[in-house]
Write a protein that binds this ligand. Structure first.
Ligand SMILES: Nc1ncnc2c1ncn2[C@@H]1O[C@H](COP(=O)(O)OP(=O)(O)OP(=O)(O)O)[C@@H](O)[C@H]1O
Ligand SMILES: [Mg+2]
Length: 320
């Protein structure tokens, strides 16, 4: 039986922004529903600004959603406090694109890796703390002697390994990895991706894996959610997305991926015209202005995410 570990229902998160002296509200996430089954990797893909990071940050409570429900093992995340919040802070852990964002330059790697354990008083003694740091550094392929080093002494790949160590030290259930390899040299990307796949096996992690790169998503994910302007427009198992994308936007994403040599890197940019402005959301389907299948209903009515293809997958498109 597959067990849902993380459930997101109708999540909405917005920001106030100022542009040329005027105030706007940007609806970064506009009604996202997802669920993560224990042990699976769910990829979230979509072009820059579609709200991927905001979904992740909402789940780990780095931003406060306007509305919606987030549940970890059936318990409310958004309103959690006390012991329940502590439990979530140890179990829902984020890996950032830029390890500098999670590693304080003035703290040793060991202190950064141990931080969540220190705050939540999980170590039994100083010796236990040192042992846990050493064990965690080894698990990510770093020599335990790295504990006394500082971020600037590490290479990009080593820093991201330390960022991953920081996330896994408290033995979390869920990792939210936000573009964890995008900032790395191409040669290092595959190593870090392999490490994440190994850790997932060894530690039984569930993962939300965020990337604009469908090639990377295809390697690591069991299922994929495709986001466009704050919404999920297609959700299916990874093979389904790679072999037969149904939503016109997913098809455009796939068309932008150069195919032949699988060892070649994949470009993330999507050459499908300009997305509509975040400040003026169209009524109806947000993809209508770029969509080859557009018809009159698309301008009038937002398509709901609904079962398609014999109910095996979900897509939000009036043409399907
Ligand atoms: N802290 C913030 N303040 C104001 N606006 C924000 C903030 N964070 C995100 N946004 C806006 O919300 C929208 C979604 O941003 P988000 O970072 O979630 O997208 P993304 O899909 O992660 O993009 P990328 O691929 O570039 O990382 C964008 O329009 C962005 O400018
Ligand atoms: Mg992002």
């Amino acid at each position: 039986m597959s067990q849902t570990i993380l459930q997101v229902d109708d999540l909405r998160t917005s920001f106030n922004v100022k542009r040329s002296g005027r105030k706007y509200r940007v609806q970064a996430v506009d009604g996202v529903s997802l669920s993560l089954v224990a042990g699976e990797v769910l990829g979230i893909v979509g072009e820059s600004g579609c709200g991927k990071t905001t979904v992740g940050r909402s789940i780990v409570r780095l931003v406060k959603p306007d509305s919606g429900l987030i549940q970890f093992r059936g318990a409310d995340v958004i309103g959690a406090s006390g012991q329940a919040l502590r439990d979530m802070r140890l179990n829902l852990r984020m890996v950032f694109q830029d390890p500098y964002a999670s590693l304080n330059p003035r703290r040793s790697i060991g202190d950064s890796v141990a931080e969540a354990g220190d705050i939540n008083k999980v170590f039994k003694s100083r010796a236990d703390r040192a042992a846990r740091i050493a064990e965690t550094l080894s698990a990510v392929g770093l020599n335990p002697s790295f504990a006394t080093r500082y971020p600037h002494e590490l290479s990009g790949g080593q820093r991201q390994r330390a960022g991953i160590a920081r996330a896994i030290l408290p033995a979390p259930a869920v990792i939210i990895a936000d573009e964890p390899v995008s900032a790395l040299d191409v040669s290092v990307q595959a190593q870090v991706l392999n490490l994440m796949m190994d850790l997932r096996e060894q530690l039984g992690l569930s993962m939300l894996f965020i990337s604009h790169d469908i090639g990377v998503i295809g390697q690591i994910s069991d299922r994929v959610a495709v986001m466009y302007m704050g919404r999920v427009v297609e959700l299916a198992d990874t093979r389904g997305i790679l072999d037969r994308a149904l939503h016109p936007y997913t098809q455009a994403l796939m068309a932008a991926v150069p195919k032949p040599d699988p060892s070649q890197r994949i470009v993330g940019a999507v050459e499908t015209g300009e997305p509509p402005s975040q400040f003026k959301r169209p009524t109806g389907c947000a993809y209508a202005a770029r969509c080859p299948l557009v018809h009159s209903r698309c301008h009038a009515e937002v398509p709901a995410l609904k079962p398609v293809a014999e109910g095996l997958r979900l897509a939000a498109c009036h043409a399907l």
